[in-house]
Unconditional design. Sequence first.
Length: 149
Amino acid sequence: MKKIKSIGVLMAMALFISCTTEKGPSEEMLATWKKEITDAEAAFAQMAKEEGMNKAFLAFAADDAVLMRGNQLIMKKTGIGEYMKDQNSKGLAWSPEFVDVAKSGDLGYTYGYYTFSYEDQEGNPAEAMGVFHTVWKRQKDGSWKFVWD
């Protein structure tokens, strides 16, 4: 009887351990996903530089994306399009300082510094600098689009 009880306890422990041990993605897979996000961020920045902010933001926004500008939330791709329609500037530049991705491989985020170059009211060159934070979501087609900026 004692032997059967011990075997039962051991089986229960083995079952508990096997159920609670999660095997996540490999380091190589995490690195691949981070590179995909880094590449999406670089393509986004390049498009903004070459074709303007409005085209880039619309091309890389998910349908349910949200922008935060000041204390205002601009909701969904349609709202972003309306907000960005007159922003043809090619003076926005950025590059992430940090990239991470969820173990599920469906969400990631970046942050770093941006520089916005423009002409002031007198026509003199000026710059504004700040920090950006972008949340990326894998789309059904495997591409990455931002859902928060």
